[in-house]
Design a protein. Structure first.
Length: 257
C-alpha cells in the first residue's frame, strides 16, 4: 500500500474530490484528518475511512480563520503525533463573469480561500512535514485555457500554482515536496446533475451530452473522482519522492501539458 502507516490531512472535505482523496488515501493505508466547515459531511466521510480499517479524525475547520486553522494542526498532532501529507483541496468559486465586470470583492474573497488560506495552512503544517512530508495543492484545468467568465477563477488558481512552485523551492531543502494536481472535468454528482440539466434543455439523452463532451478528449471519457484522487495519493506517497514543484494534469488527455 502506497501510504501504509502515513497520516494525511485533507483540507476541504466535500462530497466530490475531497471525499475521494480521503477514502483513496485510507485504502492505501493512511490514517486521515478531515477538515471542512460542515461537520455532518466530515462524519459521513469518517465512517467510510473507518470502514476501511483506518483511523479518521474530524476537525470542523474554516481555513480562512487563523485560530480555526491552528486548531486543525493542534488536533492532528494530538491525535497522531506527526503528519506525512497535507492536501489543500478546499476552494471558493468566484462569480462566473468577465473580468471587465466581475465584482472585485468577490474575486478577493475567492483569493482568500483558494490562495491565502492554502498558504496559511501549509505554513502552519511545515514544522510537522519537515524531513520527508508532502503537500498537494488541488488546482484546475482552468490553468490551461482562458475562456470567458472563468477569469477570476483562473487568476486564483494560477496564483495557487505559483504558490506551490515557490514553496517547492523554499521547502525542498527541508525535505518537503510541494506539487499540484490539475483536474479537468470531474465525473461526479455535480457534473452528472449539470449534464442532466443540459440534456433536458436540449431534449436529448444525458448520455449524448457525455459522449459529445468525451469525443474531444483523448481517452473518450471524463475522469472520475477516484481517478483524480489516485494521482493525489501518488504525489503524496514515497513513489513520488523525487517529484516536487510539478503540476500533474489529470484530464484523460483533454489538455496536454
Ligand atoms: N468540481 C470540478 O469540476 C473541478 C474541476 C477542476 C478542479 N476542481 C478543484 O477540485 C477541488 C475540489 O472540488 P470539488 O468540487 O470536488 O469539491 P469538494 O471536494 O466536493 O468540496 C470542497 C470543500 O471545500 C470546503 N471548503 C470551502 N471553503 C472552505 C473553508 N473556508 N474552510 C474549510 N473548508 C472549506 C467545502 O466544505 P464546507 O463548505 O463544509 O467547508 C467544500 O465542500 C477544488 O480545489 C476545485 O477547484 C474541481
Amino acid at each position: 500500500m502506497l501510504l501504509d502507516g502515513k497520516v494525511v490531512v485533507v483540507s476541504g472535505v466535500g462530497p466530490g474530490l475531497g471525499r475521494a482523496i480521503a477514502v483513496r488515501s485510507a485504502r492505501e493505508g493512511a490514517d486521515v484528518v478531515l477538515g471542512a466547515r460542515t461537520e455532518s459531511r466530515l462524519d459521513e466521510v469518517a465512517k467510510e475511512v473507518t470502514a476501511l480499517g483506518r483511523r479518521a479524525v474530524t476537525v470542523p475547520t474554516d481555513i480562512t480563520d487563523d485560530d480555526s486553522a491552528r486548531q486543525l494542526v493542534r488536533t492532528t498532532i494530538e491525535a497522531f503525533g506527526h503528519v506525512d501529507a497535507l492536501v489543500n483541496n478546499a476552494f471558493a468559486m468566484p462569480p462566473l463573469a468577465d473580468l471587465a465586470t466581475v465584482d472585485i470583492d468577490a474575486v478577493r474573497s475567492a483569493f482568500e480561500t483558494n490562495v491565502l488560506a492554502a498558504l496559511r495552512l501549509t505554513r502552519l503544517f511545515v514544522p510537522e512535514l519537515e524531513g520527508g512530508g508532502s503537500v498537494v495543492m488541488i488546482n484546475s484545468a482552468v490553468l490551461r485555457h482562458s475562456r470567458r467568465t472563468f477569469g477570476a477563477y483562473k487568476m486564483s488558481k494560477a496564483s495557487l500554482l505559483a504558490l506551490a512552485q515557490s514553496l517547492a523551492t523554499e521547502l525542498g531543502p527541508a525535505g518537503v515536496r510541494v506539487n499540484s494536481v490539475a483536474p479537468g472535468y470531474i465525473w461526479g454528482d455535480s457534473l452528472k446533475w449539470y449534464f442532466g440539466y443540459l440534456a433536458r434543455k436540449r431534449g436529448v439523452d444525458p448520455q449524448q451530452v457525455y459522449d459529445e463532451t468525451a469525443a474531444a478528449i483523448d481517452l473518450r471519457k471524463l475522469p472520475e473522482p477516484d481517478e483524480i484522487a489516485d494521482a493525489v495519493v501518488f504525489l503524496a506517497s514515497p513513489l513520488a519522492r523525487a517529484i516536487t514543484g510539478q503540476c500533474l494534469d489529470v484530464n484523460c488527455g483533454e489538455y496536454h501539458h
